[in-house]
Design a protein around this ligand. Structure first.
Ligand code: 13P
Ligand code: SF4
Length: 343
């Protein structure tokens, strides 16, 4: 079947929330796979993507695992079903490959919370500090960074730095607080940024859910506003210590396979539930906040992916000088810490 023979292809509509008009049918999935093969493309999907996008992708994982897969991909084209900074990171690592994102408007409120000029000013106030940036940043910010990290290796990255050097950690204040707590480091300055989706998962909701389900494990992403509350609940004995796990999205999949719990309360973006239920079908996974859906991640719709593969759009470009400055910090990131969670 060619694209033009496939009736669904004509129905793509571009609206304010992204591309719509295509149902994720088995025919759609076949067409996506056929077009990907024809383009010699590998399709990567973050754990927060819509279930249909996760299911059609060649690889699903957390930010660290997907960066590593992108760096090693044999295909000439990477289709990144995630948000813009993730696709940019893939382009920084593989400048000779074509990197496509199904909708370039898929941004990130956390990455928007610091720009290159703000970082330059902050660095000028702490000229000897080591700059650690979360991967959720623009390529320009990465270019001013010493080491990038993801939620799955942030603690290892900061622990790898000479304890006598000051650290500037950006942009996520909740991940920064987690890293400070775990490393016990005092000479770390933390930027006051946040992800609006994770910051909205609050401590009161988590406390109420944890008290209503006392036997459940708590899986909490460190970007959450409630991470401190989760540790407080454990500290005060409301929840046993070993039931509270602060994890990256990939770490949650590994923990789901290992836990003996029958129920798990999940504090992160709701797309995560799909991979968790696939990884451990016997466990009852419940969102701490079922409204925690990232509007940017959800812009990668079935229609957007189809359009991307048909038209070779949207192509991600990073200016070669910016990419060159950013590459070292990203390469350091993928060299440090655990494998990251992904297929
Ligand atoms: P990880 O998949 O690395 O845990 O990242 C979460 C996230 O918010 C990405 O936007
Ligand atoms: Fe950015 Fe938050 Fe969406 Fe992740 S969930 S892409 S950090 S806005």
């Amino acid at each position: 079947m060619t694209t033009t023979e496939w009736a669904g292809a004509a129905a793509i509509v571009d609206g304010p929330g992204g591309y719509t008009g295509i149902e994720a049918t088995p025919e759609w999935a076949d067409e996506v796979r056929r077009l990907a093969r024809a383009r010699n493309a590998t399709v990567l999907a973050h754990n927060y993507q819509l279930p249909a996008i996760q299911d059609v992708a060649d690889h699903v994982g957390d930010s660290l695992a997907l960066s590593r897969i992108a760096a090693e991909a044999e295909e000439g084209t990477i289709v990144f079903c995630g948000v813009h900074f993730m696709a940019e990171t893939a382009k920084i690592l593989s400048p000779d490959k074509t990197v496509l994102i199904p909708d370039e408007r898929a941004g990130c409120s956390l990455a928007d919370s610091i720009n290159a000029d703000q970082l330059r000013e902050w660095k000028a106030e702490h000229p000897d500090a080591v700059v650690v940036s979360y991967v959720n940043t623009t390529a320009e910010v990465k270019g001013l960074t010493d080491i990038c990290c993801t939620s799955s290796n942030a603690v290892d990255v900061v622990a790898s730095i000479d304890p006598d050097r000051e650290v500037l950690f950006l942009p996520d204040q909740f991940l920064g607080a987690h890293v400070k707590r775990v490393t016990g480091r005092e000479n770390i300055h933390i930027w006051a940024g946040e992800c609006h989706v994770h910051a909205g998962i609050n401590g009161d909701e988590l406390t109420a859910k944890a008290k209503a389900h006392p036997d459940a494990d708590l899986f909490v992403h460190p970007e959450c506003g409630c991470a401190t509350s989760a540790l407080y609940l454990a500290g005060e004995g409301f929840v046993p210590d070993d039931k509270v796990k602060i994890l990256s999205t990939g770490g949650m999949i590994d923990a789901a396979r290992e836990t003996g719990a029958k129920q798990v309360l999940v504090a992160t973006e709701v797309g995560m539930l799909h991979q968790l239920r696939k990884a451990a079908p016997g466990i009852d996974f419940q969102a701490v906040n079922d409204r925690a859906s990232c509007p940017y991640m959800k812009m990668i719709t079935p229609a957007a992916l189809l359009r991307c593969l048909q038209e070779g759009k949207d192509e991600v470009h990073v200016a070669p000088d910016v990419a060159e400055r950013a590459r070292l910090s990203v390469q350091r990131m993928i060299a440090i810490g655990n494998p990251g969670g992904g297929e």
